[in-house]
Ligand binder design. Sequence first.
Ligand code: CP
Ligand code: NVA
Length: 307
Amino acid sequence: MAGLKGRDILSLVELSPSEINLILKRASILARQKRVPQRLKGKTVAMIFQKPSTRTRISFETAVAQLGGHPIYLSWNEMQLGRGETISDTARVLNRYVDAIMARVYSHDDLVVLAENADVPIVNGLSDKHHPCQILADLLTLIQYKKHLKGLKLAYIGDGNNVCNSLLIGCAKTGVSIAVARPLGYGPDPEAVKHAKEAGETSGASISIVEDPLEAVEAADAIYTDTFVSMGMEKEKETRLSTFTPKYQVNRELLSHAKPGAIFLHCLPAHRGEEITNDVIDDPRSAVWDEAENRLHTAKGLLSLIL
Ligand code: CP
Ligand code: NVA
């Protein structure tokens, strides 16, 4: 293991299975501590947002504060970025002020430019391609509910989006088999599928991409869904809703085809009545609130290891 100090976290591709497990272990220790070690004392973390956020912004801001550091929330349009200052120039300047940069952007390539122009660690707070911090929280939730990861099966139903791409990689690396059910033309990034299949060969996780949600949920320990209309895709809303509903909606009927004891996961925000019904998200089998809480614990785990 090369060590996580100073590392960029743009996706889970760059993290080895043992590095992922290390972050999860650190996160679960920090989750149990009332007073956490002040590992970020004297350190500043800039958080740039090009899109809205509730969980990512607040969990990271709180994580930095609890670790004794200073978080700065920066809205893309309120910076000179919004008036055309280049990302590379912005990165070079922030590099002189702060100890890490977390960014939520439309294009994943913008994160790559940030990383190329700053020595401080860059953390992906969601891009069009990946959402690694979310998946760390999802994996921690699976551990809390199922006591282990290896050998579990997760079914992802719906859009093959950023969350789906990162889930494929995170599950495959930690030995969780994953079946994705999506309509044709809405599948995950082929690169993410390729990475997942390679990782699955070592971990023993199986990776399948199917069309039928019933096939995907068979023997699943967890069912996961996300919005059919990700941020930036609002123009496609009508077409997407008519393509995905009702077949790809997670409802009680679909949940009943998973394993007894299967849990329900969603990165949130949920679009109740679209990808998920009220009775499932509010069911006792829904782990979504613990999953949201785990964003805080995994943010602390990650930051305390990279800084
Ligand atoms: N799950 C997640 O990333 O939520 P936010 O968009 O609220 O940050
Ligand atoms: N796939 C969603 C996730 C939101 C947290 C989006 O990109 O909008």
